[in-house]
Design a protein around this ligand. Sequence first.
Ligand code: MF3
Ligand code: CO
Length: 255
Amino acid sequence: MVIRKTSAQIEKMRAAGAVLARCINEIVQSIEPDKTTTQDIDEISEELIRKYKGIGSFKNYRGYPNTVCVAVNEEVVHGIPGSRVLRTGDVVGIDLGVIIDGWHADSAVTVAVGGQTSPEAAKLLKVTKEALFKGIEQARPGNRLSDIGHAIQSYAERRGYSVVRDLVGHGIGRNLHEEPNVPNYGPPGKGVRLEEGMTLAIEPMVNIGGYEVETLQDNWTVVTKDRSLSAHFEHTVAITKSGPDILTLMPMEET
Ligand code: MF3
Ligand code: CO
């Protein structure tokens, strides 16, 4: 069952989304190339969430040991923070969830450490973010769920990339994960009809090589099978009468 939210509930999720957008922005600003470790990112995430009076959604979720997921280069998602130092040119995914007043928001970005990377990596980041926005555009009443994934897949594959199949986006609200699953691939016009009040976390994972992934021995870190670079962007979106309303945008962020 897809739980639709009232506009008052969406305003609560917007409050969580605003805090989350600030946290992610400040985390990204804090990265010092060749100095910051992924564990530092975890500590900074905890401090920021505390500063904004939120609760991290990921810690202890199905046994996940940390506040943030940090995925470097060929890591796709769910990277566990540790002693790895972030190097100039690494592409690092920061995925964070917060709860404010019982309501969740979930968002992720992938950035180049030090603001510079290879042209190939820079293009992957740009196309993955654009693919997310192509999917978000489809999150409007009257469309079907699979219109979102179809838009994402078409956009990414037309540019020579592949879209991860094994992990998907999700409904979100009082829980981090609610129905429906939101795949980033598939034919258009299938699945539930989208309605006002649905709230979705849309989160494409796009690879330079093949779409296949595998999970490392730590039971969390998902990497590309061919160890090609991967990028991940995510926003929490409410479906309104007039179309998608992105709850996790930074005020100055361009859409
Ligand atoms: N954004 C991810 C998701 O929606 C993060 C969950 S990681 C976990 O699934 F550690 F909390 F499981
Ligand atoms: Co998510």
